[in-house]
Design a binder for this molecule. Structure first.
Ligand code: SAM
Length: 323
């Protein structure tokens, strides 16, 4: 059975704010720091190539989220760097939670600091979490993240704790890397199924300006085709037309395949905010950022901030277009 997800994003209504390609904007992905305690060999750093210590404050983040709701933002994803590094992460979540238009707050983390923080994150108002975990093999983990195997144990404890406190549905983000972890796909699936999580299978985005044309890309089409045969229900998400497969043996797999995918781009309803306060219309471009934090720090009114948001939305353009 194939179902189009109607719960997600109802914002394509007459009169709602859309970009030049008629795409509503309902997702804001906020990087709150670009500091990280791992060093993954493939990391795209959320499409930002240079370090900046100019992080936004809790008040600045809250103000930007508040203004964003005017354009239809209702889903917030907090990312990094590693977002749990920030000491004021609970405050950030609490303040965003107070904004009534925000329906869902989620966070993506490498999970190394999660075990001790999970309960307080939940109490602060976080709805759910994605944990990045590409392998169940500690040695491979260490090679991918360029950090010690000890961290792997911590992440697994973080997964268990996050489930226990109800940061669910919990997704495990697995970036598929040729010759590195693809043969672990089935083991990873079983792990997520047995822990009642969703396996989010992510296609590697080989950013040219990231880690020097990292060449471990593998097309996920074949995987998806095989998984489809094992599914008894498929949900097509509004966001990027991602498919979520419900397998007959009880597990769930979602595929994220952005590379050379015009359907993905045509259905992208996401805008980004970099850790140093710039609106970023697309992960794959860094030549059209709108600096929103400088005007805020110079005392800009909400009207001015809205104008900047509008400008960023109007710059949005599918990276891959149908030919
Ligand atoms: N530190 C956090 C973490 O590890 O989840 C948040 C930041 S990380 C950049 C966010 C997500 O992007 C992770 O799930 C990571 O696996 C994914 N990611 C990073 N580089 C990628 C790439 N080149 N292609 C696809 N996904 C990537």
């Amino acid at each position: 059975m194939v179902v189009v997800d109607k719960n997600e994003s109802t914002s394509r209504k007459i009169g709602c704010y859309t970009d030049r390609y008629n795409r509503p904007i309902d997702n804001l992905r906020i990087s709150i720091t670009n500091r990280c305690n791992l060093n993954c060999i493939y990391c795209h750093r959320e499409g930002v190539n240079k370090n900046s210590s100019n992080e936004m404050t809790v008040q600045e983040i809250t103000r930007i989220v508040n203004v964003s709701t005017y354009f239809g933002i209702k889903y917030i994803k907090i990312t990094g760097g590693e977002p749990l590094i920030r000491k004021d992460i609970f405050e950030i979540i609490k303040k965003i939670r107070e904004i009534p238009q925000i329906e869902n707050i989620s966070l993506v983390t490498n999970g190394t600091l999660l075990e001790k923080m999970a309960l307080d994150l939940k109490k602060a108002g976080l709805d759910r979490i994605n944990i990045s975990l590409d392998t169940l093999d500690p040695c491979k983990f260490s090679n991918i993240t360029q950090m010690s195997e000890e961290n792997h144990k911590k992440i697994l404890s973080g997964v268990i704790k996050a489930i226990e406190v109800g940061l669910t549905p919990l997704k495990i983000n697995m970036v598929m890397l040729k010759d590195i972890n693809v043969e672990e796909f089935e083991t990873m699936y079983e792990f997520t199924r047995d822990h009642n999580c969703i396996l989010q299978c992510i296609e590697l985005v080989p950013l040219e300006n990231g880690k020097d044309q990292f060449d471990k890309h593998i097309d996920l089409k074949e995987f998806e085709k095989n998984i489809k045969k094992r599914a008894n229900k498929i949900i097509i998400r509004r966001l990027q037309k991602r498919r979520k497969y419900f397998l007959r043996d009880g597990g769930i797999i979602e595929f994220v395949s952005p590379f050379h995918n015009s359907e993905f781009c045509a259905n992208c309803t996401k805008i980004r905010l970099t850790s140093d306060g710039k609106l970023k219309p697309c992960l794959l471009r860094d030549d059209n950022l709108i600096d929103i934090i400088t005007p805020i720090r110079m005392g800009a009114s909400d009207i001015k901030i809205k104008e900047l948001f509008k400008e960023a939305i109007n710059l949005r353009e599918p990276f891959y277009k149908e030919k």
